[in-house]
Design a protein around this ligand. Structure first.
Ligand code: A5P
Length: 232
């Protein structure tokens, strides 16, 4: 299986977790897009669910395939969120936000009774940190916020620059919420909880891409097939 087929296989297994009447959080990214497409097939075959998208891109995908949509204002409690990840650690801690949707992804996952993360095996790591950690920031005061973030990295044992994410044409990448993203290539995050607490305490930080204690199931697809890991 090539990586895209693996993503689709993981997404297909996640469909097993969907029950009629569920209120679903719909993740963002290439793996989550497979889930939305497969969910659309089920909806067209008669399955009744409602979805809350985590990004404008996912909203458009869901509309295209016919998944009925709601918002967290109309539907503040969800049964299940299915989303991808950039890295998955052994305790199902995640790095997310490679696609820039981390804030809405975290809000939606936190409003859900359960989060299932879907990915190809390349996302499974013994320790988080090889994928650059995205931190969503308020543009006002960027340099001060950047310095505070870099101090948090150094103080927690992973010194690294916090680099402004840019689009291909060189402009700052702007999130759906109108914020910017600083990516930190930390290499290893020895204590994700400690780092998360430090980042949350910085006023210009809107949200960070460490998802701790949110995912309860990981569905991983590789060349040997699909495996399911449950958080103990
Ligand atoms: C979006 O902001 C991210 O959190 C994605 O869920 C993550 O980047 C995984 O994306 P892929 O499924 O495209 O690898």
């Amino acid at each position: 299986m090539d990586p895209d087929a693996q993503k689709r296989a993981a997404a297909a297994r996640a469909i097993d977790y969907v029950r009629p009447g569920m209120r679903l959080g719909l993740g963002t990214g290439s793996t989550a897009r497979h889930f939305v497409e497969l969910l659309g097939e089920r909806v067209r075959a008669g399955l009744e669910v409602v979805g809350v998208p985590t990004s404008d891109a996912t909203r458009r995908d869901a509309e295209r395939v016919g998944v009925p949509l709601s918002t967290l204002d109309e539907t503040p409690e969800l049964d299940l969120t299915v989303d991808g990840a950039d890295e998955i650690g052994p305790d199902l801690s995640l790095i997310k936000g490679g696609g820039g949707a981390l804030l809405r992804e975290k809000i939606v996952a936190s409003a859900s009774a359960r989060m299932v993360v879907i990915a190809d095996e390349s996302k499974w790591v013994p320790m988080l940190g090889r994928f650059p950690l995205p931190v969503e920031v308020e543009p006002f005061g960027l340099q001060s916020t950047r310095r505070a973030i870099e101090k948090a990295y150094a103080d927690t044992g992973s010194p690294a620059p916090a680099v402004l994410r840019r689009t291909k044409d060189g402009h700052a990448f702007v999130t759906d919420g109108g914020h910017w993203i600083l990516d930190g290539a930390l290499q290893r995050i020895a204590d994700p909880k400690a780092l998360a607490a430090r980042l949350c305490a910085i006023p210009g930080v809107i949200e960070h891409g460490l998802f701790i204690g949110l995912a309860s199931v990981a569905i991983l697809a590789g060349s040997a097939g699909v495996r399911v890991v449950e958080r103990s």
